[in-house]
Every structure is written in C-alpha cells, then in structure tokens.
Design a protein around this ligand. Structure first.
Ligand code: ZN
Length: 372
C-alpha cells in the first residue's frame, strides 16, 4: 500500500482505499461528534443514542451525554447480550415519539448493540431468536455509528455479534449494516492501551485469516493485504501512546476489516476462539482470538510468530485461557462448538476441510491451550 497518510489532513483528502463495495456511507471528519449531530439535524432525524458509558469523562463527547434519548452501555463489563438488546428495544418502544435512527457511539460492542436494536425494533421476537444467518427479518430503524475505537470493522459490517442464552452468535442480516459511519480518528485518543492493543490484534487476525482463506474473493484478499500491512505497521511501532499517524492507519485498517469481511471469511483462529468465548463470559473476543492464534503454529506459522512479536514489542503479557477460568473440563464442550463452525474450517482448509478439521485435531488444539 502506497502513500499512507500520516496525519488528519492526508486522511481527509485520501481517495477511498477499499475495493469491496460497502453498503455504508463513510464520512471522514476532524469534528466527528459535531458533524454527526449536524447531519442528524440537517436530515430531520429523530435519533436514539446508544453510547459507551466510558466516554462520559471525555469533554469531546459531552454533547452526546446531554441528549435525552440516550442509553448508556457499559461495554467494559461484557460484550452485548441478547437481553441488552431486548431492554433497549423496549425503552425505545415505550417512548412517546418514534425514533427513526439508532446511533451507536463506542467500540465494536456498543456499535453491535445499536445495530441489533435498530433491526430488532421492526421484528417482534426476542433478539436471541434472530441469532444466525439468512433469517427473514424486516428493516428496522436506520443505523448510524461513530466509532471511538478502531479495528473492529463494526462500523460497516452487516453483523451484530451477541451473547445469547445458548451461544455467542451474530444477527447476520443486510439490515444490520450501518447506513452512515462518521470516522474521526482523533476520537480514539482516550482508549486504554490494553483495549487499543487487543483490538488491533483482532484487526490483524481478521486480515491475516482472510488473506489465507481459500474461499475469500479477490477484492477481499486485496483489502486484507492492505489491512495486514497497516495493522502490522502499527503493532510493530508500539501502541503505548496515542499517535495521530497510528490513529489514522488504525481507522483505515478497521474499514478494510469491514470491507474484507463482506467478500471474505476468517478461519481457524476465529473458529477456535468461539469455543473459548462460549466457556468464558468475561473473555473479550480479541483476547480469545489471540489465545487461539498462539496455539495454531502448525497451520498459521507466521501469524503465530507475529503474535508473539507484537506481545513482546508492546510489553503485553501472554494471555492464558486459565486466567479466564477455562480448564481441562471445558475441552469437550469447546471442541463441539468449534466443530460446528464449518464455514470457517472450509475457509481455512479449502476442499479438504473435513479431513483436516476433525474432532481429534480440534480437541488437540484445546488441549494445548488449557495446558499452557
Ligand atoms: Zn475477530
């Protein structure tokens, strides 16, 4: 990838850098909060805001906390649950005016909650009924987002990942995609190093797995290669402090993460991570994929090596499954969950996936993970 901008000026004047067609209007801005509110007013929208409560202490977000139609989501406590979606849907429905747009402001979890609320407003069942693929759903409220953490790609993907009573699985539907995303890299300045690091790690894993995938489209692979280059550059330069050049590159890599997901598919590390997530409600997704990648040196040798390098350069401790309460007792259940991720194994191994992603192989990966 050539001519990567190092500052906001360069970012704003850059031509679109993704190839895959995306359903979202991407607005780049140096005044994201103001631009979002101005645009809502100009289009005479009646918004309902879903905002990460961690942003409360940052003055730049104060205009959002003055809104009356507001739900504060504590994204640090857990990834969004289907029950959270049901709660917010009932709050929005009980209001005296009807809201035509749900605006999500925060990281991937907060945006996913807003996305799920947006579509579920027009669909009568509880949210967990809609976890899955290809379900017949009506279009709900418009969904707009303002990311305050870069790397998840949630600002453009038609997926809202939720923890349900039985499983962690997304609502996957075209009406779950944001129609507008306002991107202001400067808004990520308040993110803690731990979150910045692991979110970028997940960004790297997405690009890495899509690049290696046997089933991704050509455009998705090209987007993934650029995203890999950007995320690798940031993770190698260190994420300790906020730097505008890295913030710009992260915002670009995040959008590529979303665009490459539209035509591409992740692979084995994500399949293994879902088993881990299902056994540990407090384990963040990005940490789960890191743990998975560290045990997949046999199929992703360079990805595994990079992961070790990024942890070392950034002075981060190697995460362990046992720190999140996962032990030998969980291996059977985790193996069953991961075995069910057929599309991801197909993406990883191609046509011969059934011979390679066997129960025995997957069990072996989890045994390595819990013995660390
Ligand atoms: Zn991921």
């Amino acid at each position: 990838m050539k001519n990567v901008p190092a500052d906001m000026e360069g970012f704003l004047s850059l031509q679109p850098w993704w190839r895959t067609e995306v359903p979202t209007e991407i607005i780049r801005s140096r005044e994201g909060v103001g631009e979002l509110l101005h645009r809502l007013e100009k289009e005479k929208k009646n918004p309902f805001f879903v905002v990460d409560s961690v942003l409360r202490n940052q003055p730049v977000f104060a205009p959002l906390f003055g809104q009356e139609a507001l739900y504060l989501f504590d994204a640090s406590a857990s990834e969004p649950k289907t029950g959270d979606v049901d709660t917010v849907v009932s709050i929005v429905k009980s209001r005296t005016t009807s809201h035509d747009v749900v605006v999500g402001i925060g990281g991937g979890g907060t945006m996913d909650l807003a996305k799920a609320v947006g579509i579920c407003l027009a669909n009568p069942e509880p949210a967990h009924v809609y976890q899955g693929y290809g379900l017949d759903m009506k279009k709900g409220a418009d969904i707009w987002v303002l990311p305050t953490l870069s790397g998840t790609g949630a600002e453009i993907t038609p997926i809202a990942v939720l923890r349900g009573p039985e499983k962690k699985l997304g609502i996957n539907n075209p009406y779950t995609a944001p129609s507008v995303a306002v991107i202001d890299p400067g808004l990520t300045s308040g993110v803690r190093k731990y979150n910045r690091f692991f979110t970028l790690m997940d960004c790297y894993f997405h690009h890495y797995e899509i690049m290696k995938s046997a089933t991704s489209s050509g455009d998705a692979v090209s987007d993934a290669l650029d995203g890999l280059f950007l995320s690798k550059g940031i993770l190698t330069s260190g994420v300790e402090e906020f730097r505008m050049d890295n913030a710009v590159r992260s915002a670009m890599a995040s959008i590529l993460g979303g665009s490459s997901t539209i035509g591409g598919r992740v692979g084995a590390a994500h399949a293994i991570s879902y088993g881990l997530s299902n056994s540990a409600p407090t384990l963040p997704h990005s940490v789960a994929v890191t743990i998975a990648m560290l045990s997949l040196g046999d199929i992703y040798p360079d990805g595994c090596e990079d992961t070790i390098t990024f942890l070392r350069i950034n002075g981060m401790e190697t995460p362990k499954a046992r720190d999140f309460g996962i032990g030998a007792d969980d291996v059977g259940k985790m193996t069953k969950t991961a075995l069910g991720m057929e599309k991801l194994w197909q993406s990883c191994f191609g046509d011969s996936w059934k011979e390679r992603a066997t129960e025995e192989y997957i069990r072996g990966v989890y045994e390595r993970i819990v013995s660390r």
